[in-house]
Write a protein that binds this ligand. Structure first.
Ligand code: SAM
Length: 255
């Protein structure tokens, strides 16, 4: 992992989200908070995301990967692999002739992914991917855009490790634009899921994850920020697919 520099403490570098002062004061604290949050919630993560997606997560990820162009035999990198939700969907698509590799900074998340998946897992951050240039046909990053401090650097890293003609798929929540959409999302995530997260083991940590997820959503930058940054890193043919104003996929190709 790269070391801190004075520049890292500048909140203006926190693209696309600002410092959420209820949780941390600066970039160094934000990183420590995230490490603890994901390590602590890793055993509950699949249960929480099932609640959030009403059990549609695996289906949705397979669908998004296929639509972005993932096919049998490809070499795939899943950045921010977490417990392996995107990676396992990718593995079913690429089959035995393909390869899936996952990377994540959280020891707890990697341990959970390792229990489920027989793929290569590396510890590392999206800002400095531990892979050589031009190695992957396809790279993906699910629900992690809001957790990186420097989007440009992250997309530049995806660009570097992709081969020419390779595809990047970014999937994440987006902030609903209509008041009705925002109200429904607030009610569902902030009340229903948060209440359900109270049940079961590790409920305190689970609730914190849901609350933080909602707070980052409220402060998330616009889809235009993501598209513009992908473009500035060299991606072409970028398209955004929106789902009910709350989910967005961004697909781009390395020329
Ligand atoms: C909400 S989870 C998403 C996991 C998985 N992609 C999914 O679709 O369920 C966010 C993940 O991002 C990881 N993460 C946080 N900061 C990161 C960074 N700088 N680089 C790469 N991954 C990061 C966390 O450890 C966590 O596993």
């Amino acid at each position: 992992m790269r070391s801190e520099t004075p520049d890292d403490r500048d909140p203006r570098r926190l693209s696309p989200h600002p410092v959420l002062t209820a949780y941390y004061r600066d970039e160094a604290e934000r990183r420590r908070f995230l490490t603890r949050l994901f390590d602590d919630t890793a055993p509950q993560y699949d249960r929480i995301t099932d609640l959030m997606s009403c059990g549609s997560g695996a289906w949705y990820r397979r669908y998004a990967l296929r639509r972005a162009g993932l096919t049998e035999g490809m070499t795939v990198l899943d950045v921010a692999v977490g417990t392996g939700a995107f990676a396992s969907a990718a593995a079913t698509i690429v089959g035995p002739s393909g390869v899936v590799v996952g990377v994540d900074p959280s020891t707890g998340m990697l341990a959970q992914a390792g229990k489920k998946l027989g793929i290569r897992l590396s510890q590392g951050v999206a800002e400095a991917l531990p892979f050589r240039d031009g190695h992957f046909d396809f790279s993906t990053m699910g629900y992690a855009v809001r957790h990186v401090a420097d989007l440009r650097r992250v997309f530049a890293e995806h660009f570097r490790v992709l081969r020419r003609g390779g595809t990047l798929l970014i999937a994440d929540f987006s902030r609903p634009r209509s008041w009705i959409g925002l109200g429904l999302a607030r009610f569902y995530l902030g009340v229903v899921v948060s209440w359900m997260a109270r049940l079961g083991p590790g409920s305190k940590e689970a609730q914190l994850l849901v609350r933080y997820c909602w707070d980052t959503l409220e402060h998330l930058g616009t889809p235009e920020t993501i598209v513009t940054t992908m473009t500035s890193c060299g991606f072409v043919n970028i398209r955004r697919v929106g789902w009910f104003g709350i989910l967005s996929e961004y697909i781009g190709r390395k020329p």
